[in-house]
Design a protein around this ligand. Structure first.
Ligand code: GLU
Length: 429
């Protein structure tokens, strides 16, 4: 198996599933399908640049804590690096590297001129005050000042970060270079050049891809029973938009538990409940309690894992009942579980397609910023929908033409375009 030789090993626990090995093995499968030269595969399986910086932060109680902040730049063959910055306790360098590689294939698949990157700090942001988070974010970006920029590497929100952190990042970068540089990050507040529609974009993209997949089966969203794991930025937006389109969202869960209602949950009411209860949906009166694990195996038509990696595994895959799974999270299905689902004929809409709506609107935000012309939400949504539907159609066509599952089809497109660009550009020097 090919692997990334540049990264240090992490000490594995018995249940450890190495995220970079998983992504590399999808790359390997795509390379085999495309009959790519081994040298090209070797280049693509290693990140171009891996940066780890130390972030000393003064806590509110006066103590100094030193955190590690990562930024992995996988590949800039198609354009500047692009990808989110994650604040989550499970962040590791290997996870960030895997996610950076996913971003490369995602951007290439969607036809947007970026390479993949990802960043992260292993913290639980809920355990830090707003002031502490601001100091952490500003120091992290100061340390990365030479590695990012609107033509170099453009960070964006990911798990645990939002428009608020992007504003701090934009300001820190701008203060360091001496003038305002809105294009250094995307997912910014509207007041500093953010795009309309960005906040809901990943969820909207998920809804669009599910809608297209159902249409190919002769069905519509109306009355379709959906279960969603995760009620953060992506899960809650997908839930709301699916609900508005007539789907029955029968269950939603978060790390602390979830709710189920056979008749379908009132998603606007659930969002209001979560907002009033520190983002928790536990105890929502219009449903019964279920666990985060139970949600995955509920009888439903569409399952949307919208939380962390490795949620559907060898352990629970045989109990999964949905006929369609849309990967709103990155890497929510392990390699073995993916094989089992494919063997059973379950339609798996892969992450690099299903959750690409976010980076597509990030791209539209960057384009608006560069052209100093800002669009209304309807235009943003329309342009994003066009790119999502086009990529979906290409994946279906590729899958039919090569007689391969959707994930491999998406990878052959994403990887194939980057490999082509690499051989056109040639190796330097
Ligand atoms: N973090 C998001 C992703 O994984 C968005 C990245 C971006 O907008 O650059 O796709």
């Amino acid at each position: 198996m090919i692997s990334t030789s540049l990264l240090p090993l992490e000490s594995p626990t018995p249940a450890y599933i190495c995220p970079i090995d998983q992504v590399c093995s999808y790359l390997e499968a795509a390379a085999r399908e495309l009959k790519l030269d081994q040298g090209i595969v070797e280049v693509l399986s290693n990140p171009r640049k891996v940066v780890t910086v130390s972030i000393p932060v003064k806590r509110d109680n006066g103590e100094v804590q030193v955190l590690a902040g990562h930024r992995v730049q996988h590949c800039d063959i198609l354009g500047p690096y692009k990808g989110g910055i994650r604040y989550h306790p499970a962040v590791t360098l290997r996870e960030v590297s895997a996610l950076a590689m996913l971003m490369t294939w995602k951007c290439s698949l969607l036809g947007i001129p970026y390479g993949g990157a990802k960043g992260g700090i292993a913290i639980d942001p809920k355990r830090y005050s707003v002031g502490e988070l601001e100091r952490i974010t500003r120091r992290y970006i100061s340390e990365l000042i030479k590695d990012i920029g609107p033509a170099v590497d453009i960070p964006a929100p990911d798990m645990g970060t939002s428009a608020r952190e992007m504003a701090w990042m934009m300001d820190t970068y701008s203060m360091n270079v001496g003038h305002a540089v809105p294009g250094v990050v995307t997912g910014k507040p509207l007041s500093i050049g953010g795009s309309r529609g960005r906040e809901m974009a990943t969820g909207r993209g998920v809804m669009i891809i599910v809608r297209e997949a159902l249409a190919d089966l002769g069905k519509s969203l109306e009355g379709v029973r959906v279960a969603i794991q995760g009620f953060g930025n992506v899960g809650s937006a997908a839930a709301l938009l699916l609900h508005q389109e007539g789907a029955k969202v029968i269950a939603v869960s978060t790390g602390s538990g979830g709710v189920f209602a056979e008749v379908g949950l009132d998603i606007p009411a659930l969002k209001a409940y979560a907002a009033a209860n520190h983002k928790s949906i536990v105890g929502f009166p219009q449903g019964v309690s279920i666990s985060n694990d139970q949600l995955l195996t509920l009888p439903c038509d569409v399952l949307i894992p919208a939380a962390l990696e490795n949620q559907i595994t060898e352990e629970n895959v045989n109990q999964v009942q949905a006929q369609i799974i849309a990967e709103a999270a990155n890497g929510p299905i392990t390699l073995e579980a993916n094989l089992a689902l494919e063997a059973r004929g379950v339609t798996v809409l892969p992450d690099i397609l299903a959750n690409a709506g976010g980076v597509v609107v990030s791209y539209l935000e960057w384009v608006q910023g560069l052209s100093y012309v800002f669009w209304d939400e309807e235009r943003v949504n329309r342009e994003m929908e066009q790119l999502m539907v086009q990529a979906y159609r290409q994946v279906i066509q590729q899958s039919q033409m090569r007689q391969i599952p959707l994930r491999l089809a998406a990878y052959t497109l994403g990887v194939g375009r980057v490999a082509q660009a690499l051989s056109d550009r040639g190796l330097y020097p």
